[in-house]
Design a protein around this ligand. Structure first.
Ligand SMILES: Nc1nc2c(ncn2[C@@H]2O[C@H](COP(=O)(O)OP(=O)(O)OP(=O)(O)O)[C@@H](O)[C@H]2O)c(=O)[nH]1
Ligand SMILES: [Mg+2]
Length: 202
């Protein structure tokens, strides 16, 4: 595993809900019907320009299957944000979102920011979600988090969900408000590193 730099964002959710597929769609514009379960976590890098500075974001793909949960908790550490995914065609996976949020908050702190994606919306009609709408809305309001219906297959709202996550992470990190001072410091250090690189240092 290569050394981690920059800000860490973790993608969490039950096995098979589409975490790897969402990342592959966003980063490679690819979708694989036969995507295999993730065993070894890996990350995608993205450099973003924030207020004239280049910031590196690392999006960690984790394994959702129960047997890997012990490993996964290690990967929460130092996360500044999370995308939590469930499968709209198996609504029970939404209940698991709540336990992922709890685990994440216990590991990283109550103020960890996260966005929720109800994925595979191509498999069910829009109306199919009507009966679950109020449950989703109530939960998201209580957690002050954003929710998007997505499809890694068609690309529906994939850009939007990442844009929202990145925007929130950057604005919160900048205010030094993310998981306390330590993570505010992490942003500062990431910025300093980029500055040095630009000046040809190190
Ligand atoms: N129709 C449809 N299928 C999807 C979508 N996203 C993922 N899939 C399929 O769902 C299956 C599981 O997708 P993955 O991306 O491997 O799911 P995961 O959450 O990474 O699974 P784990 O690595 O086991 O935790 C694969 O067969 C994908 O092709 C989607 O938006 N629509
Ligand atoms: Mg996976």
């Amino acid at each position: 595993m290569s050394e981690e730099k920059g800000l860490k964002i973790v993608i969490l959710g039950e096995g098979r809900v589409g975490k790897t597929s969402i990342l592959a769609k966003y980063f490679k514009n690819k979708f694989n019907e036969g995507e295999k379960s993730t065993i070894n976590p890996s990350f995608y890098k993205k450099k973003v320009n924030h207020q004239g500075k280049e910031i590196e974001l690392n999006f960690w793909d984790t394994a959702g299957q129960e047997q890997f949960n012990a490993i996964t908790t290690i990967y929460y550490q130092n996360a500044v944000g999370a995308l939590i995914v469930y499968d709209v065609s198996i609504f029970e996976t939404f209940n698991k979102v709540k336990s992922w949020v709890k685990t994440l908050q216990e590991a990283v702190g109550k103020d960890i920011l996260f966005v929720i994606a109800g994925n595979k919306v191509d498999l069910v009609g829009k109306n199919a979600m009507e009966e679950n709408k109020s449950e989703i809305e109530n939960y998201c309001n209580s957690q002050k988090c954003k929710h998007f219906f997505t499809s890694a297959k068609t690309g529906y709202q994939i850009e939007e969900v990442f844009d929202s996550l990145i925007k929130s992470v950057l604005s919160k990190a900048k205010s030094g408000n993310i998981g306390g001072q330590r993570r505010g410091k992490r942003l500062e250090l990431a910025e300093q590193k980029e500055e040095k690189k630009k000046k040809g240092c190190c």
